[in-house]
Write a protein that binds this ligand. Structure first.
Ligand code: ZN
Length: 384
């Protein structure tokens, strides 16, 4: 029998394809073991109605990157049926698709929420033609409000970039890092020092930020001591470590930001991101995911207590998209046992939940485009 080169190529391609498919199923099967979480994390209850009036002075936007309904439900079971997120009285759903792609990324979705415009996959802070768009932080700062960005990823990563930088390509991280010199955000906390210091153009953006009037820090001990003025805290070369190593660092930094930004009588807007929830989704790693969601939820607890005391603060918790196509297959609330399965190493296209607490929270009920997040905040804070 004569076998042509073409048929050998075809057989080879089929072999590669079936190997890839079975590897994917193997990976999915690996996550289906039952996992028990015995250390119950504390949670607290806040008053459903903390409202002094209808006025909103401050807006806290908390983004769980890649945190869909299943990530929250799974953490709820793993934490024995209790999370701080259970406190939210108003729930909505956000449609996440990008201008040119159903399955979005943090760049396009972050831009939609930060600027009110759907843009292309992988763009940050620009429209579909690549024109720069004013972000909530730009508008808030023009109106005299204080602003903040507090994340666990690098500051030139997609979500924080969408609130400060303007670039059609999120991978141009050195250019994006340089945009921090122009976006006038008052409290900046995260990782990604390499993009500010070890650059092809040899610029030292840490020094340039200092010359701009920022108190530049590299450790939490230095950051903690600051009581007023502008802060640029970049604690790692890359991302901040995962929750088990990071501890309550992001939680502390978030509350520090609220305490400092609230010194402004006009109010503030802050974006707090649990960035690494997304990484765990990409890795299809449920135990790591639970640790990140628990840290996010612990911070929600602290933030809600802060907002309850203040009475003029609106807290919004949401996701930019879901990551991993996670399914909760089984579990036990009493033992904190969960069994889940992932369907992808990328993002999925499902609507994501929006939770709101405080004055004007009811504005976030319903089903809407992710761009509406921007519109609602701009209206509530009277930014335009
Ligand atoms: Zn992602």
């Amino acid at each position: 029998m004569k076998i042509s080169i073409k048929s050998i190529q075809l057989i080879f391609l089929l072999f590669c394809f079936s190997f890839t498919v079975s590897a994917q199923y193997q990976q999915a099967a690996d996550t289906k073991e039952k996992l028990s979480f015995t250390n119950e994390k504390p949670y607290s209850t806040v008053k459903v109605n903390p409202v002094k009036g209808k006025k909103v002075k401050n807006v806290i936007l908390m983004i769980g990157d890649g945190m869909g309904m299943t990530q929250i439900s799974t953490a709820w079971v793993a934490n024995h049926g209790a999370l701080n997120i259970d406190n939210f009285p108003v729930i909505g759903l956000s449609r996440t698709y990008a201008a040119n792609k159903l399955i979005t990324d943090s760049g396009a979705s972050g831009t939609a929420m930060a600027t009110g415009e759907k843009t292309n996959y992988h763009s940050v802070g620009v429209d579909v033609q690549g024109n720069p768009l004013p972000s909530i932080t730009d508008l808030a700062s023009e109106k005299g409000l204080s602003t903040g960005i507090v994340v666990t990823c690098g500051l030139s990563d997609a979500t924080p970039s969408a609130f400060c930088a303007k670039n059609p390509d999120r991978d141009k991280e050195e250019d994006i890092a340089a945009d921090y010199l122009n976006c006038n955000v008052d409290f900046i906390f995260g990782g990604g020092r390499a993009q500010f210091m070890h650059r092809a153009d040899k610029r030292d953006l840490m020094s340039e930020m200092q010359q701009k009037g920022y108190q530049v820090t590299r450790t939490w001990a230095e950051t903690e001591k600051i009581v007023s003025g502008k802060v640029f805290a970049v604690l790692e070369d890359g991302q901040l470590p995962l929750a088990p190593v990071r501890g309550d660092l992001w939680q502390q930094a978030s509350i520090k930001a609220l305490d400092m930004l609230s010194q402004n009588k006009k109010g503030f807007f802050v974006m707090l991101e649990g960035s690494r929830i997304d990484d765990c989704g990409h890795w299809n790693d449920i135990p790591a995911l639970m640790n990140e969601v628990f840290d996010f939820d612990q911070t929600i607890g602290k933030v809600l207590q802060w907002a309850e005391k203040d009475g003029e603060t609106l807290v919004i918790v949401l996701a930019d998209h879901e990551t991993g196509g996670l399914t909760l297959l089984d579990g036990d609330i009493s033992t904190g046992t969960v069994k889940g399965s992932y369907s992808t190493g990328g993002h999925s296209g499902i609507h994501v939940p929006v939770y709101a607490y405080g004055p004007q929270a009811q504005q976030f009920a319903g089903i809407y485009e992710n761009t509406e997040i921007f519109q609602k905040i701009v209206t509530i804070l009277n930014l335009k």
